[in-house]
Ligand binder design. Structure first.
Ligand SMILES: [Zn+2]
Length: 330
């Protein structure tokens, strides 16, 4: 049979992978002239297989087979079908593996109490914020990136933790305009690591926002409590306000005033209040005043990541792939 790279692409599409992720993984060295060369064709298959977490055997005209299909854990799973979950987990593990290879190892935080992390962070800053958490992650050898490319056309995911050879990587999925919601997500994912929730799984995927999803999952509750303890010092913070008549600007002013006193980042304080009172719209509006307007937080997360990753360790082709997945070359 004549080799045609469009057949290969069709097979990947039929397995549920998005054009976006196929383009990101497709090696830039490929040209159709290589199609007549058996080693060129083999190299193309192996490159795609490695980057997407699929079995190279499945790219020889057979059905595409995802490597990490059975063991990954999915939180807040509703009607997603198994094939889509397998694509997500396999892609995530492949990316996590590259990131971990490019990140020097650090002290193990498994089993560590939230209060110890909080104390460590507060030794150098007035409260625990997103930047502090990101710096902590990199310093303990846990890479954190924001994905700009998703393996599925329709389904995205909130965040994922990947475990490779006893090490971890965090992949964030949801775009955010303010740091506080992502600080909660990152602290929640660290909770999954610290509480040993990946002891029997290569990946744990939070499909929905853990801050608002409630389905009684014990590990989710544990990760939430861990996150709140790191961010606020209490797994169930009681926020008392002297008035209920806040609007967005006065709420912003109040949490900025209170931040130093309680060692809680102002945006986090506003979100805690929203969680307690169900006033999400007001809190989100207040974030605009707290941070002086929205900005693409994913770009900041990935700018930091790009300075932390040892690109030489990852190699040229894989670096190109990671850059594609993280968006914006800079
Ligand atoms: Zn979770």
């Amino acid at each position: 049979m004549d080799f045609d790279s469009s057949n290969l692409r069709r097979g990947l599409r039929e397995a549920g992978l998005s054009n976006q992720v196929i383009d990101a993984a497709w090696p830039s060295w490929w040209s159709e002239e290589l199609a007549s060369d058996p080693s060129g064709r083999a190299e193309l298959r192996f490159a795609l297989a490695r980057k997407l977490g699929i079995s190279p055997r499945g790219l020889l005209g057979e059905r595409v087979e995802f490597i990490w299909k059975d063991d990954a854990k999915f939180k807040h799973l509703s009607t997603e079908d198994a094939a889509q979950c397998a694509a997500l987990a396999s892609f995530g593990v492949a990316i996590g593996r590259l990131l971990i290879r490019g990140t020097p190892t650090g002290p193990n935080i498994s089993g560590l109490d939230a209060s110890i992390l909080r104390e460590a962070l507060l030794s150098s800053q007035p409260y625990v914020d997103l930047l502090g958490l990101l710096s902590l992650c990199w310093s303990v050898g846990i890479p954190v990136v924001h994905l700009r490319v998703f393996p599925l056309d329709t389904k995205s995911m909130h965040a994922m933790v990947v475990k490779v050879d006893g090490r971890y990587a965090v992949l964030l999925g949801r775009e955010a305009s303010y740091p506080a919601p992502l600080a909660f997500t990152l602290a929640h994912e660290l909770g999954h690591v610290a509480r040993g929730h990946l002891s029997d799984a290569p990946a744990l995927v939070d499909l929905k926002d853990p801050a608002t999803a409630t389905d009684g999952d014990a590990q989710e509750k544990e990760a939430d409590e861990f996150a709140l303890s790191v961010l606020t010092g209490s797994s169930n913070p009681t926020i008392i306000t002297t008035t209920h008549s806040y609007n967005a600007p006065t709420l912003a002013a109040a949490v900025i005033r209170a931040a130093g006193q309680y060692s809680i980042e102002p945006g986090t304080l506003a979100l805690c209040l929203a969680h307690r009172e169900g006033t999400w719209a007001r809190a989100m509006a207040a974030l605009k005043f707290i941070y002086e307007g929205p900005r693409p937080i994913s770009r900041e997360i990935n700018s930091l990541a790009k300075t932390q990753i040892d690109w030489q360790e990852i190699g040229y082709e894989n670096s190109e792939y990671l850059h594609n997945v993280m968006g914006e070359r800079d």
